[in-house]
Write a protein that binds this ligand. Structure first.
Ligand code: FES
Length: 106
């Protein structure tokens, strides 16, 4: 079981307990839980509407692929610990993470 804390765009915060499921993305979990994540491209790393900041746990994540880097670099709200939630797998690397939903698009 993994625990993550999610801070939504309206300032609310919620703790989620997740089963390990590497075939599922963090974006899918956020959509399922009705957070403000439009995910317009459906997880193709091409819209930026699943953009999140890792307030805690950024260093535990696997490195970004080139397409994620490229998309993030085009976003207006890029921060040091930005990731596309559609590119983050629901595995042990997320345990204990705290994220803030930014969900901007270019
Ligand atoms: S859902 Fe479009 S970039 Fe992640």
């Amino acid at each position: 079981m993994l625990k993550i804390t999610v801070n939504d765009t309206d300032g609310s915060s919620k703790e989620l307990e997740l089963e390990v499921s590497p075939s599922t993305s963090l974006m899918e979990v956020l959509v399922e839980n009705e957070f403000d994540v439009p995910a317009i491209c459906g997880g193709m790393a091409s819209c930026g509407t699943c953009h999140v900041e890792f307030v805690k746990g950024f260093d535990k994540l696997p490195a970004k692929a080139e397409n994620e880097e490229f998309m993030l670099d085009s976003l207006p709200n890029l921060v040091d610990h930005s990731r596309l939630s559609c590119q983050c797998k629901v595995d042990e690397s997320l345990d204990g993470a705290e994220i803030k939903i930014l969900n901007d698009s270019f």
